[in-house]
Design a protein around this ligand. Structure first.
Ligand code: NAI
Length: 330
């Protein structure tokens, strides 16, 4: 029987995977702790480990997992920036769920944008207290604005399709532009400088790689329009947080929607409300007006979870039956 150790599991993960495991009968143990070099030895005797976005599978951790007998790292997510693929030990593979629901993430990016633009977070708190004034709630029409989309893969494409419905002009950047897509959907690929200069709203939908870490830095933000709204549902490390805070405080950035944060590991997905442990940058961002932060929840829809459960379990089955799988990370 295939033995799988799950790291960083929440109640909803257990419910989901227990439901799917009725078909597969794997021997599963669920841990709340995250994977890192200290917790990797717990995987001794397991065939696979199943991890999420904030588990750390660096070189050292992967070597320990290998010594424990682990042959497969199962990512129950799309992004794989937290696994050191370059230093993957021999006879170990990594599988992921590449496209469980691009709509879930794209729709959440739009939710962040609308919340920031129309100040829904403020009006919700006001009306709850029977305060029905409009001061400070002035927004702007999204219709007619220029939206810059960085990364036009599955999520970027879903986001573009929604934003076209608002009547916006889309400028996109991708290291592998899909000109046919641009023609069919009606948008234009431009270089990053032009995207920064012309966009009223910028949304990030590219993976985090070694080359694009901190791509949204002071230099990039200097090229942007004053009052630009930035949305990041991709990965926190795409943005240089210190420089972002500086530009926010200069009111260069008019609104910020984050579902990810560069040091989210200790905070996101956890209830830290009764803890004194704080992250200084996160606290500053949370204290700022027109900044809305959600806790890596863009993926969190019923439809997406079902796909994650189904595809992860099938990835494991296919890998152990055939030694390979279409969702292997190369
Ligand atoms: P995808 O692989 O379908 O598309 C990514 C696109 O980005 C590709 O077209 C690729 O050519 C492009 N790209 C790669 N490097 C780039 C760069 N340096 N600059 C510009 N474009 C670049 O991936 P998908 O499914 O659209 O996901 C995108 C990202 O969204 C994931 O890598 C992940 O980080 C994030 N994500 C966030 C979730 C959340 O809950 N907040 C959930 C799922 C994904």
């Amino acid at each position: 029987m295939i033995k799988i150790l799950f790291y960083d599991t929440k109640e909803y993960d257990k419910e989901l995977f227990e439901k799917y495991n009725k078909q597969y009968n794997y021997e599963i143990k669920y841990l709340e702790t995250k994977l890192n070099s200290e917790t990797a030895p717990l995987a001794k005797g397991y065939d696979a480990v199943c991890i999420f976005v904030n588990d750390v599978a660096d070189k050292e951790t992967l070597e320990i997992l290998k010594d424990c007998g682990v042959k497969l790292v199962v990512l129950r997510c799309a992004g794989f920036n937290n696994v050191d693929i370059q230093n993957l030990p021999d006879n170990m593979s990594v599988v992921r769920v590449p496209g469980y629901s691009p709509y879930a993430v794209a729709e959440h990016a739009v939710a962040l944008l609308l919340s920031i633009d129309r100040k829904i977070y403020k009006s919700y708190q006001r009306t709850k207290k029977y305060n029905f004034t409009l001061n400070g709630l002035l927004g702007f029409d999204i219709h007619g604005k220029t939206v810059g989309v960085i990364g036009t893969g599955k999520i970027g494409k879903a986001f573009i399709n929604i934003m076209k419905g608002f009547g916006t002009e889309i400028l996109a950047y991708d290291i592998y532009p899909d000109e046919k897509l641009a023609q069919d959907v009606g948008f234009k690929y431009v270089d990053l400088d032009e995207l920064y200069e012309k966009s009223d709203i910028i949304s990030l939908h590219c993976p985090l790689t070694k080359d694009n870490q901190n791509m949204i830095n002071k230099e990039a933000m200097n090229k942007m329009k004053k009052g630009v709204v930035i949305i990041n549902t991709s990965r926190g490390k795409l943005i240089n947080t210190d420089e972002l805070i500086e530009e926010l405080s200069k009111e260069k950035i008019g609104g910020l929607g984050l579902d990810v944060f560069d040091e989210e590991e200790d905070f996101f997905l956890n209830d830290m409300s009764n803890s004194y442990y704080r992250n200084a940058d996160l606290s500053v961002l949370l204290s700022m007006p027109n900044v809305v932060i959600t806790s890596h929840q863009a993926f969190f829809t019923r439809e997406a979870l079902e796909q994650i459960g189904k595809i992860s379990m099938e990835n494991i089955k296919t890998f152990f039956e055939t030694g390979t799988c279409e969702n292997i990370v190369k």
